[in-house]
Design a protein around this ligand. Sequence first.
Ligand code: NAD
Length: 295
Amino acid sequence: MVILDGKKASQAIKNQLKQQVLSLGSDKKPHLAAILVGNDGASETYVASKVRSCEEVGFESTLVRLDNDVSESTLLQAIETLNADDSVDGILVQLPLPKHIREQRVIESIDAEKDVDGFHPVNAGKLVQGLPSFIPATPYGIMLMLAHFNIDTKGKHAVVIGRSNIVGRPMSILLSSNHPQGNCTVTICHSHTKNLEDICARADIIVAALGRPGFVTNNMVKDGAVVIDVGITRVEDSAAPKGYRIKGDVAYEEVAPKTSAITPVPGGVGLMTIAGLLKNTMQAHLNRTQITVDR
Ligand code: NAD
């Protein structure tokens, strides 16, 4: 069984990006602007790690912090300012947003050319049609991980659990696409799927993205399957230093021995998500000079 180590795979991508930044020349650096609304602990952690990763590879980064009770129009104005700022290549708004703000409205207000999270409908549409686009960072990171570890996907039966716009749905499209890490026959499962256990048990590849800790158990995984665990849930644990532990959607201890390859949580897909975001930011920067990087 191979542990699909996100630290190793993401470091390899970061090293490539560092070299690419150096080759751009000192006055030309990709620039990511992140907007963080409020002070949710998990969102703070994610944004901090995105900003830190930008610094690590030599990108510029800007963090715009807004209060939890900021109005939707003020947030839209902040996005408009970044849209119009020629020095900014990529914009992300950390989700989730407070309930009084319409998330879709915010997503659609980001210039699609700077939408490095790949959530804008223009980018989602391009992805469906197989056109160059910003791929949502998590599924993109998973594709990069499959490539890094030479996982054979062609003709395999992949089961994706979860159909969200940011993970499950784009993942299912990528795995079914005519791509070196695609060409799977894909089944997409969701909260209304019947016989989910049987469907998973027939899968060569399982991508679990539903946000239910330990959901995928031993009996749902066939011998030799590849298991990608996207789930990140904070589970209270008074014995843990922070008072919680991060749990994936897969019951790792019982499932791992049956698999041919599996991602750990933490240390798997989360780190690849950042790698995907950095690659998208580099692409956004290069698009201004009409250069394309290999996907
Ligand atoms: P979401 O809540 O938007 O979607 C969850 C999906 O799971 C839905 O499509 C729902 O139909 C499906 N689902 C829920 N219960 C189910 C059940 N019992 N059986 C089958 N399907 C079920 O969540 P999301 O934003 O797609 O995120 C999913 C998980 O991935 C969360 O734990 C989230 O924290 C994590 N996540 C991790 C990363 C990362 O970088 N590792 C990035 C994004 C999301």
